[in-house]
Design a protein around this ligand. Structure first.
Ligand code: 5AD
Ligand code: SF4
Length: 422
């Protein structure tokens, strides 16, 4: 999945009319909180709606919230969920880091994303000194890393609420706790296999949206932190996915991007037999939907069935993002990628034979520990041969806790930078 390292642009969200607003209206806040989800969260949203409207009355202005997103499309989609929850709690969603509530949705795939968050939290100390009422919340992948979690708890007293990727549906409950007790709230959980459906969300664009079809990753590429911070792979029920898309189409959406760390292994943990290609076909058959995209495909799991389905349905965009990472078999093995250069090239050949006009994009890492000049030249050779439409190139970033972080590497930084520039 492409992790654009810039803060995802914040623009107005479009409220989605769906089951969520009906569920919120049905809540009885005079009773105890329900135990089952998502009803429990709707209960807290309704409670907060009351509190927030009283705050707005007292201040004579709307109570605002800013959701700041780092990282990949999965995080961007999660932020649409946070915006949906906060809007249901009565907040006005803004793009202003001096809002009454600021939520940072963090990314940990490379080190510079960590540094950016710390920079923002540093500035927040100054803002909070001026306005101590600002509520600062931090969530997302970085919170699932012990070292970062401890650093925030220790060094950033400005942070009021901390939660992770396994309880992202709990924002309203944690916020309610913070507001009603005045105490800091921190709730980060280990791996969870449950997916809470029917939570609210808001779309960033009126005509297109990302749809998570699965969460987590089981691949354990040796450089990558994602399996540790996002947990084991779990697929959403196909009917939930399709009904979400049908609802969005009736609301004006014409383009969807099916999202997952490795969409090609969709369905593996479900009891019913369904492949990603079958889900893609069912999506393409939804009337009114005009374009379907998907991301990311792991080369090791790209099936002939998926190539055929992509070719068969004109609605499916002829674009495959196929991360190469390295063109050297030795490095691919050290990365635990489970394909060779020859496997990859065969896949490219099959894709081009089935769809001569297909657009191919990729991710490449330079400077993986032990990468020699010869390894690097093999990557360059594939880049020349495939002629990608675009390539996201990353300098290897050591992620504590991953197997690659334990590999010694003496390659000078200038050499890695020179490879990156090439
Ligand atoms: N260092 C550099 N790049 C990384 N990626 C993932 N982990 C790392 C890391 N530790 C890149 C991969 C992946 C993309 C989303 O980010 O190329 O495909
Ligand atoms: Fe990371 Fe590999 Fe999973 Fe992608 S497939 S998220 S690179 S472990």
């Amino acid at each position: 999945m492409n992790n654009d390292m810039n803060r995802t642009e914040n623009i107005d969200y479009f409220p989605v009319k769906d089951r969520a607003s009906m569920m919120l209206d049905a809540v009885d806040i005079t009773r105890d909180a329900p135990t089952e989800e998502p009803l429990r969260q709707y209960y807290y949203m309704a409670k907060l709606r009351d509190i927030v409207s009283r705050m707005a009355e007292a201040k004579g202005r709307p109570i605002t919230a800013d959701v700041i997103t780092y990282g990949c499309q999965a995080n961007a989609r999660d932020s649409e969920g946070y915006a949906g929850i906060l809007r249901n709690c009565g907040f006005e969603i803004t793009e202003d880091e001096t809002s009454d509530l600021v939520l940072y949705n963090t990314c940990s795939v490379r080190e510079n994303a960590d540094q950016r968050l710390f920079g923002h939290l540093g500035q927040m100390k100054v803002k909070k000194a001026k306005n101590p009422e600002i509520i600062v919340a931090v969530c997302g992948c970085m919170m699932q890393e012990k070292s970062n979690l401890e650093k925030i708890r220790r060094s950033f007293n400005v942070v009021d609420i901390i939660f992770g990727t396994h309880n992202m549906h709990m924002l309203a409950e944690l916020l309610y706790k913070r507001i009603t007790t005045g105490k800091k709230v921190s709730d980060v959980r280990e791996n969870s296999m449950t997916i809470v459906e029917d939570m609210p969300f808001e779309r960033k664009f009126p005509f297109k949206m990302g749809v998570n079809i699965m969460y987590g990753c089981n691949n354990f590429c040796t450089y990558c932190i994602v399996p540790y911070v996002r947990g084991r792979e779990r697929s959403r029920d196909p009917e939930e996915i399709l009904s979400e898309i049908r609802g969005a189409v009736s609301d004006g959406v014409i383009e969807v991007m099916l999202l997952g760390q490795n969409v090609n292994s969709y369905g593996k943990n479900l009891t019913q037999q369904i492949s990603f290609a079958q889900l893609l076909a069912k999506t393409a058959e939804i009337p009114g939907l005009k374009r379907v995209r998907f991301m990311t495909s792991h080369p090791k799991d790209m099936s002939d069935e998926l190539i055929e389905t992509t070719a068969k349905y004109p609605k499916v965009c002829r674009h495959v993002h196929l991360p190469l990472q390295s063109g050297s078999d030795r490095i691919l093995k050290a990365m635990n990628r489970h394909y060779t250069k020859a496997d990859y090239m065969l896949l490219v050949k099959k894709l081009r034979e089935a769809m001569p006009d297909i657009s191919l994009t990729t991710d490449i890492i330079v400077g993986f520990p032990g990468e020699t000049k010869e390894d690097f030249l093999q990557t360059m050779e594939i880049v020349r041969e495939v002629k990608y439409d675009s390539a996201f190139t990353f300098i290897y970033s050591k992620r504590p806790g991953t197997p690659a972080a334990r590999i010694e590497d003496g390659t000078p930084e200038e050499v890695i930078h020179e490879r990156f520039d090439r």
